[in-house]
Design a protein around this ligand. Structure first.
Ligand code: AHR
Length: 308
């Protein structure tokens, strides 16, 4: 949709540097740190003035930050919504102030999609499917049952909802796959470890597979598995998502079987879109990041090429 059509009446001056208000989720993972770095450096390279706010994984902090950006009359607001729901009111306030909003990384489930201009980020459902397809292939010829424990991301967040959905969609084709425990680890190493300890206590050697919605939780869980006297990636097959350097290190050490890529390097694309919006160009409603999958067998070869 073109900005002129969406937000008639708001003139963006060509001579002053653009001001972007960005509300980040927090600093919960290695992925998030790389995402923040990408946004900060891309803003600098693009000559865009960045007002950056860290919400510490709280929606109320993001809403406050967005309201502050509206009061400061920034040119564009971008944010990575911690959870999917509950954004309509504040997005309507931005629209009334004629400030375009760009979603990065995570989606909102607002019915009115005129409340944001575009959404740049990964297809989380497809990431879940990739994880599921890898497992189905790995377990070919294994009669089962295959007992899976799942470490979910932040409750109510788009990646937690979609990665669960995509994975379940694939494994549902074969009843030998059973998710025997599923709980949130909030995308952090500490919580991943804590919840895995509880899974191990309850299920012990029954656990065949761990599916973690991000690498950080898998890395925390690996510690718990080792402390329980088991061998990660051998006694328990481990699948996670992101493809951060920490995951590659774990794969090279033989402790993680596979990581599905989710790129945090959204900064340059975000700045380019903001400039297009400023220029009144029509931008796509959805921009999907292209991503791969890295099993442990290719980790050592791929590692030197990794940028995050
Ligand atoms: O929204 C992307 C997810 O958020 C990443 O997979 C996770 O590591 C981060 O915290």
């Amino acid at each position: 949709a073109s900005l002129a059509a969406l937000l008639p009446g708001r003139a963006l001056s060509a001579d002053k540097p653009l001001v972007l208000g960005f509300s980040q989720v927090g600093a919960e993972s290695e992925w998030r740190t790389a995402n923040t770095e990408s946004i900060k450096s891309a803003a600098k390279d693009a000559g865009i003035t960045l007002k950056f706010s860290d919400a510490q994984q709280k929606q109320e902090n993001q809403i406050k930050a967005i309201r502050a950006f509206i009061a400061q009359k920034v040119d564009v607001i971008a944010f990575s919504p911690v959870v999917e729901s509950g954004w309509e009111t504040v997005l309507r306030e931005a629209k009334a102030a004629k400030i375009p909003v760009v979603l990065t990384d995570r989606a909102v489930n607002a019915k009115d999609d005129s409340l944001y201009v575009t959404f740049i980020g990964s297809d989380f459902t497809e990431e879940g499917r990739k994880a599921g397809r890898w497992l189905v292939d790995k377990m070919k010829g294994n009669a089962g049952p295959i007992n899976i424990v799942e470490l979910q991301g932040t409750v109510g967040s788009a990646p937690a909802i979609d990665r669960k959905k995509g994975f379940e969609e694939i494994i549902a084709a074969d009843p030998k796959f059973k998710i025997i425990r599923s709980q949130t680890g909030d995308f952090t190493r500490a919580k991943g470890k804590e919840v895995m300890e509880a899974f191990l206590k309850a299920e012990g050697k029954k656990i065949n597979v761990l599916y973690a919605h991000n690498d950080d939780m898998a890395i925390g869980a690996i510690q718990a598995i080792e402390e329980a006297g088991m061998k990660p990636a051998q006694d328990i097959t481990i699948i996670s998502i992101d493809g951060v350097k920490g995951a590659f290190e774990a794969m090279i050490a033989g402790k993680l079987n596979v990581s599905v890529e989710c790129s945090p390097l959204l900064g340059p694309q975000l700045m380019a879109i903001i400039k297009d919006i400023k220029a009144g160009k029509s931008v796509p409603k959805r921009i999907v990041t292209e991503e791969g999958i890295f099993p442990m067998e290719v980790a050592a070869k791929e590692f030197p090429k990794r940028k995050y």
